[in-house]
Design a binder for this molecule. Structure first.
Ligand code: PLP
Length: 386
């Protein structure tokens, strides 16, 4: 991407950080051996995987053996949901998730439904927040699993995970959280959060794509989804992605070190952007504004605007942004997250601007000055074509 372009789609993916690439480099070539081999080369690769596991476990405040490496967030979410539910199916066949989970969780729940599970999707309020009492009421005697994402990928809403997990634990329900958007930004201390499973994905925090991890609390009933050579203590077979795992650990370590300052800087830029855009643009609604949300996500619904046309106009103006989730394979279907928020969010086109480490004040100023006129011309165009 040329310097002149402005990348505001960090929630879709982040660029690989140079120090992360540097840490990965030896494992593509010089040290690219199989960690299961017993020779010295293999043992070196095993050491790299083990030390990455220790590093991630340190940040999550768990034991290294509770970390399972996966091929990304989607696989970690599927493992968390399907693996835990299948392992508990003799106890009960009810699972719970929020209506605004990522498709990686929602479609895993759909697969459980096909296996005979009963699945409840819990509604959220207009800010995308789960109500703790409503969550408690939705748990049943036969509930075996509850999945609530830590922070939403489209609107940024942060859920009261510790409170929800406590309710689930008191009812003997496995509590799993999709922390794919939270990792690198929020506190991932699984002991403080009191959760049983947590999924992360490296490419959301300046690590490589196609590698993730699932924390599974020791003793949590769990069935593997992928069978084979018995790697990852039999929980996820397949030769480990050594370079990816090393890169993920490095990326998480770097992000964790600067988390608080980076969050403050990005939130200030995001807030300034919203102030300017809302002042210059009539008919704009800022989603999830009145609740705790991720610092880098701004979800804006513009009345009378088609999101896809606005995205194209922004792209032509040199700004890379997104409507709902970019994970829906390039499609712009109506977002289930925005629909779940109700009228204020659904009444218009929703734009997701997601800021990151490299976002500058100049970039934000440029977007704030361009966006209102792009919105106005979209609206004019819509009026003329009626
Ligand atoms: N969960 C959330 C909240 C996400 O935002 C994403 C990706 O956008 C995923 C899961 C899937 O992760 P991955 O792209 O690593 O498969």
């Amino acid at each position: 991407m040329s310097d002149a372009r402005i990348y505001l789609d960090h929630a879709a993916t982040t660029p690989l950080a140079p120090d992360v690439l540097e840490a990965m480099q030896p494992y593509f070539s010089r040290d690219g051996y199989n960690p299961s081999s017993i020779h010295a080369e293999g043992r070196r690769a095993r050491e790299a995987v083990d030390s990455a596991r220790e590093c991630i476990a340190g940040i999550l405040h768990c034991r290294p053996k509770e970390i399972v490496f996966t091929a990304g967030g989607t696989e970690a979410d599927n493992m968390a949901v399907i693996g835990a539910a299948r392992a508990a199916r003799t106890r009960g066949k009810h699972a719970l998730a929020t209506a605004i989970e990522h498709h990686a969780v929602l479609h895993a729940m759909r697969a459980l439904r096909d296996e005979g599970f009963d699945v409840t999707l819990l509604p959220v309020d207009a800010n995308g927040l789960v109500d703790v009492e409503r969550f408690a009421d939705a748990l049943r005697d036969d509930t075996v699993l509850a999945a609530v994402m830590y922070a939403n990928n489209e609107i940024g809403t942060i859920q009261p995970i510790a409170e929800l997990a406590e309710v689930a634990r008191s009812r003997g329900v496995v509590f799993s959280t999709d922390a794919v958007q939270a990792a690198g930004t929020l506190d991932l201390d699984v002991t403080k959060l009191g959760i049983d499973a947590l999924a992360i994905s490296a490419h959301k925090f300046y690590g490589p794509k196609g590698v993730g991890a699932l924390y599974v609390r020791d003793g949590t009933p769990h069935e593997p989804l992928i069978h084979g050579g018995g790697q990852e203590r039999g929980r996820r077979s397949g030769t480990e992605n050594v370079s990816g795992i090393v890169g993920m650990a490095k990326a998480l370590e770097v992000a964790e070190r600067a988390r608080i300052e980076t969050n403050a800087r990005i939130a200030a830029l995001r807030d300034a952007l919203e102030v300017k855009v809302t002042a210059a643009c009539p008919g704009v609604h800022v989603n999830a504004k009145s609740v705790q949300r991720l610092p880098g996500i701004s979800s804006l619904t513009f009345a009378g605007v088609d999101a896809e046309s606005l995205l194209i106009a922004l792209d032509l103006a040199g700004i890379a942004a997104s409507a709902g989730s970019a994970c829906a394979a390039g499609s712009l279907e109506a977002s289930h997250v925005i629909a779940a928020l109700g009228a204020a969010a659904s009444n218009g086109g929703t734009l997701r601007l997601s800021l990151g480490r490299g976002t500058t004040q100049e970039q934000v100023d440029r977007v704030a000055s361009l966006l209102p006129s792009l919105v106005a011309s979209q609206r004019e165009g819509a009026t003329l074509s009626v």
